[in-house]
Write a protein that binds this ligand. Structure first.
Ligand SMILES: Nc1ncnc2c1ncn2[C@@H]1O[C@H](COP(=O)(O)OP(=O)(O)OP(=O)(O)O)[C@@H](O)[C@H]1O
Ligand SMILES: [Mg+2]
Length: 287
């Protein structure tokens, strides 16, 4: 049972990218599958970006749900991103995504959270007070507020997280970069745990958006930090679960900032992450 949601409050700090990078980097665990779900009421971006069909996706999933969802049926509503990660895409039209989430977000979130062999990572977009994604997002085992560690993003995000924490099992920060404020400073001031920090890595983000070829096996700082956060969350959610990725692979190389064309010791998940598309106590470090 696992639903992890990535949200934002102010600006566009990278909620979509964080969900994508973490889902792609999610470790392969025995008896479990992983799935990325777009649930941003402002509309999905992945179908357009990666030239997937508009359907199947969120609308077909929600439509099927009216007759009662079956676990096996879930996969009929997924497509695959380059690199192989299964995704439920949302319509790019905000009206359609908003309508789907308004009608069925609560039921869908609870159902996805209850699946005992699937880890669902979702992008729920900007989670303002009137967001129709709130019932979905608050069904999560863990709701992460993505933010740059600036006063302009942390202050409003902290207020919002404090409210959301009342109706969500666990909440925390997913920071992008380490400047100007450190994770320790933010935790101390706001009393909300920093679950992970992803590297502020424009080059790595652009590569993921472009769907970098899997042949290059680049381990960008973003991919390595996403793998670290994904692994830590998976271990927290499923203590003792067997990891099927290569055993050497959980620790990122210290010198992997540059593209590496040779067999690299990257996990299969990291490679999948670079293909589009890759661990926290929940407390990871930026690269
Ligand atoms: N970790 C990162 N390091 C550097 N740049 C990033 C990172 N994550 C995302 N970006 C860049 O920030 C911009 C916004 O990213 P993204 O679309 O993921 O944000 P968002 O919070 O989902 O925005 P929106 O509110 O539009 O949904 C993009 O240009 C993306 O490449
Ligand atoms: Mg987004």
């Amino acid at each position: 049972m696992a639903l992890v949601c990535f949200a934002s409050q102010k600006g566009s700090p990278g909620a979509t990218m964080s969900a994508l990078a973490v889902a792609a980097a999610w470790p392969n665990l025995a008896g479990r599958r992983k799935l990325l779900v777009e649930a941003d009421p402002d509309g999905g971006v992945l179908a357009v970006r990666y030239r997937l069909g508009r359907e199947p996706g969120l609308l077909s999933l929600v439509g099927a749900g009216r007759g009662g969802m079956s676990r096996d049926g879930l996969w009929n509503h997924t497509q695959r991103l380059p690199g192989g990660l299964p995704v439920v895409v949302a319509p790019d039209r905000p009206e359609q995504t908003t309508a789907a989430l308004t009608a069925s977000g609560s039921a869908l979130g609870e159902w996805l959270q209850s699946l005992d062999d699937v880890d669902v990572i979702a992008d729920v977009g900007r989670l303002g007070v009137s967001s129709p994604a709130i019932p979905f997002a608050t069904s999560a085992d863990l709701l992460l507020m993505v933010a740059r560690p600036t006063a302009a993003q942390i202050q409003p995000g902290a207020e919002r997280l404090a409210t959301l924490a009342r109706s969500t099992k666990h909440v925390g920060w997913c920071l992008i970069g380490t400047k100007p404020y450190s994770a320790e400073e933010i935790e101390e001031v706001h009393g909300i745990r920093v679950v992970g920090t992803l590297a502020d890595d424009p080059k790595g983000a652009t590569a993921l958006e472009a769907g970098t070829s899997q042949h290059r096996r680049v381990r960008s700082p973003l991919v390595r930090s996403a793998a670290s956060l994904a692994g830590a969350m998976a271990d927290w959610l499923h203590p003792g679960a067997e990891h099927l990725d290569h055993p050497d692979s959980s620790e990122p190389d210290a010198d992997a900032d540059e593209p590496d064309d040779t067999s690299s010791g990257a996990t299969e998940s990291e490679e999948a992450a670079e293909g589009i598309a890759p661990e926290t106590p929940l407390a990871s470090e930026a690269s």
